[in-house]
Design a protein around this ligand. Structure first.
Ligand SMILES: [Fe+2]
Ligand SMILES: [Fe+2]
Length: 185
């Protein structure tokens, strides 16, 4: 199993998901309708796929190995760039969740709440699109070029183990992605 390839495939699912979020935002804007359950499903996808399944593997496997073996340049790029963006994504998704809960509990869909739902959803979508692009074009090529064959093999082995242990979570989350894609796009 090619560990970096698995991360790139996940990026393409995550970018698909951000396009679904845009469609959910456009529907909320045009029709003034927010289905909180769908936004909570999106929050679940972010937490259990984009974060646990994907950022989890980046942080525990590829980033860890690059930081340990590729010196200060890799360390700066990862710690001051990628990890900061992972944390920002966690903040944005908590804000989406907070809005969805308010609406679920019966809050009126005021201009303020509508603006917050759409705004936080777009913050997350835009961040993740730029983040995935940076990793695909800068960080992953750097790792492929600079890591030794033995270290790339370690990435592959650990990725395979992670994927085996988290297969059920992955499949369940891809199910949420297709549900939301079919409904909104
Ligand atoms: Fe990342
Ligand atoms: Fe990533």
């Amino acid at each position: 199993m090619d560990g970096i390839k698995v991360l790139e495939t996940e990026h393409s699912n995550i970018v698909d998901f951000t396009n679904v979020l845009r469609a959910m935002g456009i529907k909320a804007m045009n029709e003034r309708v927010v289905e909180p359950e769908d936004f909570l499903k999106a929050v679940d996808f972010v937490r259990r796929y984009s974060d646990k399944q994907h950022h989890g593997k980046e942080e525990k496997i590829l980033f860890r190995i690059m930081t340990e073996h590729l010196g200060p340049q890799a360390q700066r790029l990862i710690e001051n760039g990628m990890m900061v963006e992972h944390d920002l994504a966690r903040l944005y998704v908590s804000q989406i969740e907070e809005c969805a809960f308010k609406i679920k509990e019966g809050a009126d869909l005021t201009d303020d709440i509508l603006l917050d739902v759409i705004g936080h959803t777009m913050e997350y979508a835009n961040l993740l699109q730029r983040h995935a692009e940076k990793e695909n074009t800068v960080l992953f090529p750097f790792g492929k070029r600079e890591l030794s064959p033995e270290l790339l093999e370690a990435v592959n082995r650990e990725t395979e183990q992670f994927e085996e242990e988290n297969a059920a979570n992955r499949e369940e989350m891809l199910g949420i992605l297709s549900y939301l894609r079919n409904k909104y796009i």
